[in-house]
Design a binder for this molecule. Sequence first.
Ligand SMILES: C[S@@+](CC[C@H](N)C(=O)[O-])C[C@H]1O[C@@H](n2cnc3c(N)ncnc32)[C@H](O)[C@@H]1O
Length: 296
Amino acid sequence: MNEHAAVAACCTELYGHPLASTLMGLSFHPGGLRLTEKLATLAGVGPDSLVLDAGSGNGVSAVHLAKTHGCAVVGVTLEPQGVQAGRVLAQRSGVAGQVEFLQSDVAKNDLPADHFDVVLMECVLSSIHNKARMVDRLCRSLKPGGRLALSDVTRNGSLPGEWAGPVMSALCLNDALGLDEYARLFENAGLTVEASDQEDLVVSQFIQGVRGALLVAEVAAKLGKLGVDVRHISTAKRILDDVDGLVRGGVLGYGVVVAKKGTLWNLHESSNQPTTGEKNNGAQADSERQTSPHQP
Ligand SMILES: C[S@@+](CC[C@H](N)C(=O)[O-])C[C@H]1O[C@@H](n2cnc3c(N)ncnc32)[C@H](O)[C@@H]1O
């Protein structure tokens, strides 16, 4: 099994497990819907927008955007439980006609080109092995003038050696980048970064929430009422303590980056520019993609 497949398998198991919602709540990212709303505002989501929620988890953000902004949303995630949870939530929230959920791997399966006004990616890119390729695919799926809106774990410094491996990657820790590195990835794909903010406070709040839920889960597991081995709860507590230490030490944090794809006019302009050096001129790459439908 290659690295991507191993992380994808861990994501499917982790986020599809009932314990994930018990510990993290329905929204699987620090900052919850408040941060989703910040991204939506920065990305200019409105009633006419078509949004892709790449790695939609339980579908909470997708349903929230449809409900509060009146937009249409496609949520794509790996775990079938997330697709099911999203559909039920959309139905209950009265937005089933605006939101669609699909079980698919956005790193592997083709997305339509020039299709979405906004691509939202909350706490997902950090777990992707080939990030440049993923950003390129997402960028291609944006309409000219569309925006890629990311919130994710940030990492400045190295993590303990034993943190390597697919589980830590699936938890968005092991392969997280610094905020500047996410921004550079976007620029290398031809996007223009419009906003880039560190939001570290939300991780401490997230950790506090998970810590409280773990205490309750531990009691329930000891009473045999959770259907989970109490040793798993102890492991989760230990990982959480380590994460807390790294957050306090400034190694791990959380951030948002929003970047815009050039309009057709920009793309045309840049395709007339000579190429300079080895750095990928993203706008030019985009204009080349317009004529190359099979480019991944
Ligand atoms: C930390 S959760 C975040 C879920 C959601 N974005 C949220 O904030 O509530 C990561 C999610 O990304 C999904 N994911 C990871 N890699 C993916 C991929 N290659 N294609 C589709 N979904 C992916 C996982 O299945 C999981 O639901």
